[in-house]
Write a protein that binds this ligand. Structure first.
Ligand SMILES: NC(=O)C1=CN([C@@H]2O[C@H](COP(=O)(O)OP(=O)(O)OC[C@H]3O[C@@H](n4cnc5c(N)ncnc54)[C@H](O)[C@@H]3O)[C@@H](O)[C@H]2O)C=CC1
Ligand SMILES: O=C(CO)COP(=O)(O)O
Length: 390
């Protein structure tokens, strides 16, 4: 193997050879990074497990992975962090799965991030603004971040992706990792793929790829942060549509139609928001593959199915609490956020699926409207007629 040029060592940084010769570059000498995972839900816990299985093998990372836990008291009266650290399991959000002895649960956000050089953000998106506020001035200056969060915020100026929120509030570079990644399947090490989106620094992206890749979790990188992140965010809205179709027992053809129309709207919306978004991104794991898996087996699908079965009489919040027991849906709030953007720009008619999903979620339309076109609902032909957006 050809020798790899060594990176220039910065003051105070250790350089050590890789622990494992099977790592991507056995002779590579890298600066040792300390990883903190901010979040510990269903996917957050699996991400910590994946990362911990690599930091223990690769000498360019410290073994320990700190995982910030939004503290809660379990029905037994114990604190969740104490139980995670005693049993090595997140008994609430990922029961039955050992996280790795090098995962340390920490209820103190500032303490958890203090020494980190790599921050992995993976909380439900609605909590990120508050988390960022708490982190201002609390992290190291040269830290790199990655967001696994599927969602966005809507500001007066327009939509703000979560990676942008992190970058702007904390003044750090932020990549994204999205993909067809139902957490419970990856937890039991079933094969899947994921996509890292990066802005400019390919070397940083490759470091994230090394941190996450395992034989059962294949990660590739593309230079399209917004495209990757919008794929992960918008497919949750389509998954609500797919769940409604399931609840109405309309069958596979209808669900496939919703997925196809949804994919078109995902691409159109993404390109209208960011002209840099690449078509090829939609063929990565973060695109069509995530759309398919979420529409087949995700939580958004599941809760929307129950919503339709109940004829829209029980609201999403109530069904979410009952069916997900603390886990959070992203699709309903994302549908609202997308609707706000579309409405503000006068584009509602160009996105009939996104628009209809939101109007069903808030009870303005019945679940059956997902496939009904009346005077009051936008027509799919309008999208066909707006080919310039596609
Ligand atoms: N679960 C999955 O299969 C996948 C999830 N994702 C994405 O990852 C992100 C995180 O999802 P999960 O880890 O599954 O979380 P989750 O859906 O299991 O959410 C529950 C988490 O939110 C925390 N929480 C509750 N209230 C909070 C508060 N006020 N402040 C901060 N945290 C609070 C809980 O402690 C818990 O850790 C989401 O954007 C999701 O779309 C992405 C791929 C797969
Ligand atoms: O993002 C996911 C799979 O990649 C999980 O989707 P749900 O939140 O609908 O379960």
């Amino acid at each position: 193997m050809a020798p790899v040029p060594q990176k220039q060592q910065l003051e105070g940084e250790e350089t050590i050879p890789e622990k494992d010769s099977s790592s991507s570059n056995s002779h590579e000498v890298l600066m040792k990074s300390k990883v903190t995972v901010v979040g510990s839900g269903n996917w957050g816990s699996v991400a910590a497990k994946l990362i911990a299985s690599n930091t223990i093998k690769l000498s360019s990372f410290h073994d320990e992975v700190r995982m910030w836990v939004f503290e809660e008291t379990l029905p037994t009266g114990e604190k969740l962090t104490e139980v995670i650290n005693r049993t090595n399991e997140n008994v609430k959000y990922l029961p039955g799965i050992k996280l790795g002895k090098n995962v340390v649960a920490d209820p103190d956000l500032e303490h958890a991030v203090k020494d980190a050089s790599m921050l992995v953000f993976v909380t439900p998106h609605q909590f990120m603004e508050g988390i960022c506020r708490r982190l201002v001035g609390k992290i190291k200056g040269d830290v790199q971040a990655i967001s696994l969060i599927k969602g966005m915020e809507v500001k007066m100026e327009g939509p703000c992706m979560i990676s942008t929120l992190i970058s702007e509030k904390l003044g750090i570079n932020c990549c994204v990792l999205m993909g067809a990644n139902i957490a419970n399947e990856i937890a039991v090490e079933k094969f899947s793929e994921a996509t890292v989106g990066y802005r400019e620094d390919k070397e940083v992206a490759e470091r994230w790829v090394r941190l996450f890749s395992t034989p059962y979790f294949l990660v590739s990188a593309v230079q399209d942060v917004e495209g990757v992140e919008l794929c992960g965010t918008l497919k949750n809205v389509v998954a609500i549509g797919a769940g409604l179709v399931d609840g109405l027992e309309m069958g596979n053809n209808t669900k496939a139609a919703i997925m196809r129309i949804g994919l078109r709207e995902m691409r159109a919306f993404s390109k209208l928001m960011f002209s840099s978004v690449r078509d090829s991104t939609f063929f990565e794991s973060c695109g069509v593959a995530d759309l398919i898996t979420t529409c087949l087996g995700g939580r958004n699908r599941k809760v929307a199915e129950a919503f339709a079965k109940n004829g829209g009489k029980r609201c999403f919040d109530e069904l979410e609490a009952e069916l997900l027991q603390g886990q959070k849906l992203q699709g309903v709030s994302t549908a609202k956020e997308v609707y706000e953007v579309l409405s503000h720009r006068g584009w509602l008619e160009l996105f009939p699926l996104f628009t209809t999903v939101h109007e069903i979620c808030i009870g303005r339309l019945p679940p059956s409207a997902i496939v009904e076109y009346s005077e009051h609902t936008p027509k799919f032909s309008l999208v066909e007629g707006s080919a310039q957006y596609y």
